[in-house]
Write a protein that binds this ligand. Structure first.
Ligand code: SF4
Length: 347
């Protein structure tokens, strides 16, 4: 479960603090954290936490985790990093939060820094793995290697902290085979959580220049959905929790090109259901009845009911059907398909 033990049976609530680009030694080709927001200063965090809590009544009965995102947290220089840790520790001592987490680059993780975070009450570190293909990392100007990511993830696991990873399908130089290898390596890292952000061309980035000069072609939305679905099902099969798929919608997000969609995460799941439904209809014929768990109905019918309209099935729901499963029935036949059954057909 994200962020550790739940209180009152609910998952923890994460209070985000954006430290945009702090700690980054250079700029990756796709990144413009500056367009999201200025880094939150340590002294602003207590007020930000109180504002968050006053606007989220349920947070008081849940585990509360302060999350530092948007930069390379462990690369922040000594005194400034200490100021962030002190604020987190003080909020914990006053019972305003229960723990903290952060995201960082693979080449900025060491035993010393993990000990420092552990002593300050951090319980999870997210590593921006992005790709496990050195050629792709180089073309993306990441400034680290796949080996760095393996080492960082192993150190986080050995520290006893929870491990989160981030992957970016569609980086420069990646093809389907390269992404398959990235996912296989990611699965071996045994992450507790993952975020998957298909590469989008943001205005003002080096990637935008390459795109405008014809040197980079973003993934189509369909290919981005397929690569993301492949990663999601592969990681979920190992017990990993997917925290996010696709960039969140924001007024400051300036997309020049690429597979951005405000409902990206929903589209990924709906793509999986469309593949399952297609298999069921192939086996039992048009007009068969597909049943799912009531909470899976939106994914089954698809975005704007497109899957149902395209495949022409009837549908119903039943509480006893496990999530991620379709039961299909025709006059004299029935079959059952699960999301994991389509994994080998996705890419
Ligand atoms: S390390 Fe992360 S935050 Fe820093 S420039 Fe690269 S992508 Fe952006």
């Amino acid at each position: 479960m994200q962020g550790g033990t739940a209180i009152a049976g609910l998952p923890p609530v994460v209070i985000p603090v954006f430290v945009s680009n702090l700690g980054c030694a250079h700029r990756c080709v796709f990144c413009d954290q500056g367009q999201f927001s200025a880094p939150v200063r340590p002294g602003e965090i207590p007020h930000l936490v109180e504002e968050f809590l006053s606007g989220c009544a349920s947070a008081h009965s849940r585990r509360r985790v302060l999350g530092f995102f948007g930069g390379s947290f462990t690369g922040i220089e000594g005194r400034q990093l200490q100021a962030y840790l002190d604020v987190a520790r003080d909020l914990m001592a006053r019972g305003r939060i229960h723990a903290a987490k952060a995201s960082t680059r693979p080449d900025m993780v060491s035993e010393d820094i993990l000990n420092l975070l552990g002593r300050a009450g951090f319980e999870e570190l997210e590593i921006g793995v992005q790709s496990m293909d050195d050629a792709v990392l180089q073309a993306s100007m990441r400034g680290h290697t796949a080996e760095d990511a393996l080492r960082a993830c192993a150190l986080v696991r050995a520290s006893g902290m929870r491990l989160g990873i981030q992957l970016m399908p569609g980086l420069p130089g990646e093809d389907g085979e390269s992404f398959r290898r990235t996912v296989a390596a990611a699965v071996r890292m045994k992450p507790d959580t993952a975020r998957i952000y298909p590469t989008v061309v943001l205005k003002g980035t080096l990637l935008e220049q390459r795109y405008l000069q014809g040197g980079y072609e973003p993934l189509s939305l369909d290919e981005a959905l397929r690569r993301t679905l492949f990663a999601v099902l592969s990681l979920e099969a190992q017990g990993c929790t997917i925290l996010r798929m696709g960039l969140p919608q924001s007024p400051s997000l300036k997309v020049a090109a690429g597979p951005f969609h405000e409902c990206f995460g929903f589209l990924v799941r709906a793509h999986g259901y469309a593949m399952m439904a297609e298999k069921a209809v192939q086996r039992l014929g048009k007009g068969c009845e597909l049943s799912v768990n009531p909470r899976d109905i939106p994914e089954l019918v698809g975005y704007r009911s497109r899957t149902r309209d395209r495949l022409g099935f009837l549908y119903s729901f039943h509480e006893t059907i496990p999530r991620g499963t379709i039961r299909a029935r025709a006059a004299s036949e029935s079959t059952c398909i699960q999301l994991q059954d389509i994994l080998e057909y996705i890419l």
